[in-house]
Design a protein around this ligand. Structure first.
Ligand SMILES: C[S@@+](CC[C@H](N)C(=O)[O-])C[C@H]1O[C@@H](n2cnc3c(N)ncnc32)[C@H](O)[C@@H]1O
Length: 301
């Protein structure tokens, strides 16, 4: 358990985005609430940035370690109150100026995080208060990702989709409808990423859209599937990106593999200099779990 939190603290891109965002958001004397303290890192940053009081909420037993770390590092800090609870069941003595939360999915929000943010906005944040991060953007891009595709699709090779005499080939075409969370690197992104949705946490928390996308694939390569990732937006203009073009983080990334037929279909398109790719894509809130973002239709021409 502790090694997970140590890895979080060691990730420079997220730590520096939160540090800069917290420094930009907090004015001396502000009150702050953090949800998901882990080792206490962001609560400590907030306190050192001049917060008069920080409430930090954590559901896990790691909060005991955070308290010890606070005592060991207390010298430059003000008051921090540790609250062991799930945030929706926690009660604070006052509403706060700044609310810090980080426990997202590689694509940003799932219904669970949506509820946490809604509840926190309603019960913990003063009207006009600031979220850190204050919002997110969700991106989508076609990828060449040989290793990921091999792992996800070719694990049961088409000619041998049989194990112990049982035929599993029916499962193959279902794979593109399932999101994979992968720590593997893609070879490269085949076209500029498309922005699917952006969310301001102080105003809106649902990802809700249905649209048809047309992407122009300009780089030569092989399309193995689609990548999707969140980028978090911080006060002061800083970003923390989970993009395939940034170093991998503990969040991993989302990959939607294409079945082999689509990869073969590219051979015709490859003769042209540019591939155009159309994906009818929607997130149905009723289905939006980490496993079920639908990609019902992809056409290449
Ligand atoms: C990704 S970790 C971040 C930890 C910390 N911010 C850090 O950088 O070390 C998320 C933490 O949030 C906690 N958490 C998530 N949702 C929570 C909630 N609604 N209430 C309390 N704790 C929560 C988890 O137990 C976990 O420790």
């Amino acid at each position: 358990m502790v090694s997970f939190y140590r890895k979080l603290v060691a990730e420079h891109s997220r730590i520096s985005a939160f540090q800069q965002g917290i420094d930009a958001a907090i004015r001396p004397g502000d009150t702050v609430c953090e949800i998901g303290t882990g080792l206490g890192t962001y609560a400590f940053m907030a306190s050192r940035a001049g917060a008069a009081k920080v409430y930090t909420i954590e559901k896990g037993s790691v909060i005991e370690l955070a308290k010890k770390l606070y005592l060991a590092n207390k010298k430059d800090m003000g008051e921090i109150e540790f609250v062991k609870a799930y945030s929706t069941e926690a009660h604070l003595k006052e509403k706060v100026d700044v609310l810090i939360f980080e426990d997202y999915d590689c694509q940003g929000l799932t219904p669970g995080e949506e509820l946490i943010l809604k509840d926190a906005r309603r019960r913990f944040l003063k009207p006009g208060g600031t979220f850190v991060p204050w919002g997110m953007e969700l991106f989508w891009a076609p990828l060449q990702g040989e290793k990921i595709w091999q792992k996800e699709i070719s694990c049961l090779d088409k000619n041998k989709e049989q194990v112990l005499g049982l035929d599993f080939s029916l499962t193959r075409d279902l794979v593109p409808h399932c999101r994979v969370k992968t720590p593997l690197e893609a070879d490269f992104v085949l076209s500029p990423p498309v922005l699917l949705d952006s969310i301001d946490f102080a105003e809106k928390q649902e990802l809700e859209f249905s649209r048809e996308l047309t992407m122009e694939i300009t780089k030569p390569g092989t399309l193995h599937g689609f990548g999707s990732w969140a980028e978090f937006l911080f006060p002061g203009g800083h970003r923390f990106s989970l993009s395939y073009e940034e170093p991998l983080t503990v969040y991993s990334r989302a990959f939607f593999p294409l079945p082999e037929t689509f990869v073969k279909g590219l051979e015709t398109a490859r003769r042209q200099n540019t591939w155009l790719l159309q994906a009818l894509f929607f997130i149905d809130p009723a289905f939006f779990t980490p496993q079920s973002i639908f990609l019902p239709f992809v056409r290449l021409w």
